[in-house]
Design a protein around this ligand. Structure first.
Ligand code: ACO
Length: 371
């Protein structure tokens, strides 16, 4: 390595491009989607309105929302060939593998797959967003040995998602909680999976290729996979009185505590207070408030031991567990939300493209002769 080369491992702190989609401000602990605080969007707007905002830059008028809603509801059903392909996959593969495969197959069958006009990219984004709940719901149901439940056009996005997964209408409080999680997960600037989508788009590859890659990036435990890992941690610890000893042991063994820490936020993730409140509401609703004792005890112990704060996956994992999702489906739920942010970034990258191709400092052997 030359003395002048500065290596930014993990691209930490590197400003790779501009974006008008969301603004993360760790100093003020805020996250804005197109200028709107995410907490306010979660409280006042539906996920459908937020999807429109991310794609178009402005909240929809009633007419625009009606048009988008109609289009989304038409595309909720899984095409037969994709359903059959999912049913062929082993039930012991990870549900993120199913998600990744489904997106790839949908791309292979999409009549506009290679059309990168703005209109086509928007149409493909909407179709993927509309159909992903059916992928996730079918996957959980087939693993449980349950029959497929078809979508209902009379229900909103979240209510229909829960209907297809559980085969019964969810109570309004549960729909509201799930909806808030979808809004909070939707977009987060140049995170690893979004950046992956932008890298793939920068080569002029198609939208489905970019989303397939993004699903792969989200799967890892340092990114989206953390929400599953949080639930596994909660189950391993069991009850609040065991949390401090568990943490001490884990930190002594140099374990990463899933659901804590963030590359950008060092003083706390701006989305956590809203999602913690949602978890509180769900715990009350289901009469399972003991989960909150464990949540708070582990958070406090982690703060005391390392001064590291929770990220969104920390409250989201136990919230999804309370709703009744299987733990390995949690990260696909994140996909169903983040598809909106990913596709907004794919379109933004496409509109002002430059091939993303960094360089590295070579540290291997000097040139030598082949023996
Ligand atoms: N548990 C224990 N120690 C941690 C944790 C954690 N969760 N997070 C950070 N640290 C420690 C590191 O060990 C390191 O300590 P050291 O300097 O003594 O070696 C220091 O804090 C800095 O951590 P890095 O991993 O270098 O920070 P980075 O910015 O690279 O990592 C990351 C961010 C990957 C999210 C990290 O905090 C982590 O692994 N967290 C657990 C996984 C997780 O929850 N991911 C979800 C991210 S948010 C999302 O996708 C919605």
């Amino acid at each position: 390595m030359t003395e002048t080369t500065e290596i930014r491992k993990g691209l930490a702190g590197v400003v790779a491009d501009t974006s008008a989609i969301s603004k993360v401000n760790p100093e003020t602990n805020s996250l804005l989607y197109r200028g709107y605080p995410v907490q306010e969007l979660a409280a006042k707007k539906t996920f459908e309105e937020v999807a429109y905002l991310l794609w178009h830059g402005e909240l929809p008028t009633p007419a625009q929302l009606t048009e988008q809603t109609a289009a989304e509801r038409v595309h909720r059903e899984l095409p037969d060939n994709v359903r059959d392909a999912i049913l062929e996959l082993p039930t012991d593969c990870h549900p993120m593998d199913v998600c990744r495969t489904a997106v790839s197959i949908l791309g292979a069958h999409d009549p506009q797959a290679e059309d990168s006009s703005v209109e086509a990219e928007l149409a493909k984004s909407l179709r993927l967003w509309a159909v992903l709940p059916a992928v996730v719901a079918l996957d959980q149901r087939r693993r449980r040995g349950q029959e497929i439940v078809h979508p209902r056009e009379d229900l909103g996005y979240s209510a229909n998602f829960l209907w297809m997964t559980f085969g019964e209408e969810a109570e309004p409080a549960v729909v509201q909680a799930f909806e808030a999680s979808m809004v909070l997960y939707a977009e987060h600037s140049f995170n690893a999976s979004t950046f992956t989508a932008r890298v793939i788009t920068s080569t002029l590859a198609d939208l489905h290729s970019a989303v397939t890659g993004a699903v792969g990036a989200l799967k890892g435990a340092l990114h989206g996979g953390a929400n599953e890992a949080v639930q596994a941690t909660f189950e391993e610890i069991g009850t609040a009185d065991k949390a401090e000893a568990w943490l001490e042991d884990a930190l002594t063994n140099k374990k990463k505590i899933m659901g804590f820490g963030h590359r950008v936020y060092k003083n706390g993730d701006s989305r956590v207070p809203t999602m913690r409140a949602v978890l509180g509401d769900l715990a009350e609703h289901y009469g399972q408030t003991e989960v909150l004792d464990l949540y708070d005890t582990l958070e406090n112990a982690m703060g005391a031991a390392k001064n590291i704060k929770p990220n969104l996956d920390y409250p989201a994992g136990p919230a999804y567990h309370l709703i009744g999702f299987d733990t390995n489906i949690f990260t696909p739920l994140f996909v169903a939300s983040r598809i909106t942010g990913w596709t907004a970034h794919i379109m933004e990258q496409r509109a002002a493209n430059a091939l993303i191709r960094p360089v590295c400092e070579y540290v291997g052997p000097e040139q030598r002769e082949v023996p």
